[in-house]
Design a protein around this ligand. Sequence first.
Ligand SMILES: Cc1cc2nc3c(=O)[nH]c(=O)nc-3n(C[C@H](O)[C@H](O)[C@H](O)COP(=O)(O)OP(=O)(O)OC[C@H]3O[C@@H](n4cnc5c(N)ncnc54)[C@H](O)[C@@H]3O)c2cc1C
Length: 248
Amino acid sequence: MSAEPSPQSPWQAATITRIEKRTPRVTSFWFQPSRPFAHLAGQHVDIRLTAPDGYQARRSYSIASAPEAGGGVELAIERLDDGEVSPFFHDVAAVGDEIELRGPLGGHFIWEESDGGPILLVGGGSGVVPLMAMVRHRTLRNTAVPVALVFSARVWDEVIFRDELIGLDDRRDGFDLVLTLTREPARRPSDYSRRVDARMMAQAVERLPKTPRLAYVCGSNAFVSAAADALIGAGVPAGIIRTERYGV
Ligand SMILES: Cc1cc2nc3c(=O)[nH]c(=O)nc-3n(C[C@H](O)[C@H](O)[C@H](O)COP(=O)(O)OP(=O)(O)OC[C@H]3O[C@@H](n4cnc5c(N)ncnc54)[C@H](O)[C@@H]3O)c2cc1C
């Protein structure tokens, strides 16, 4: 699925500089754009692939890296076995390859330190990617803005960025990680083993020192609808909820 193009953002060549498997189904790819590139946490890029016969496929991918990270633009791409573009990255793409990229795109689903908090992040599967950019931005800015991340995955091994997130949670510096596994028992005492619901969202809100200023929800259409309903059911005002839908 592709987001609306921005006329200010032309296509440019970008080289894959690094590839790292994150989970059995998700791999991170780092891209070095050929032109200067500056993004905000939560934004995405469009990727365009062109076959030798001229056929083109475009897809949108959220940026996982923090704006201040350096080292290229990290995209974490989940393999959909029957998909068109994601299997190309998993099976064919290699370090040194050049693809076309456009962006950064998106002006609504972003968080900057100056937006303040507390903030509540809710991600399902690869929907955690733009939220990860926000968490990393918070860490690199060394800010105390309280953040709770509720991350729903099917199983423990599919928790993308798991070690990094648990390491940040262990710092107890105002970042709070809540994992919920939908097909396995919870592994940590404060985690859950069910789909997101209003009670879980109410408990996530209680982990914050005061009412959230903003809530961000990202994932598949079905996940975003369910999580946004759960937030509203927990008393979070609809007006502070920002959503990003990956389609399907
Ligand atoms: C703003 C934004 C950010 C995104 N960020 C990420 C990200 O960070 N990571 C990530 O992994 N994904 C992300 N996505 C999703 C991504 O853009 C792609 O949709 C995803 O990678 C699937 O692409 P694909 O070409 O592999 O699959 P596709 O070929 O697009 O197929 C996707 C699914 O739809 C089904 N399908 C295809 N055509 C039909 C049809 N005609 N009828 C019924 N079913 C059909 C396929 O079977 C498959 O299961 C994002 C999407 C958006 C909009």
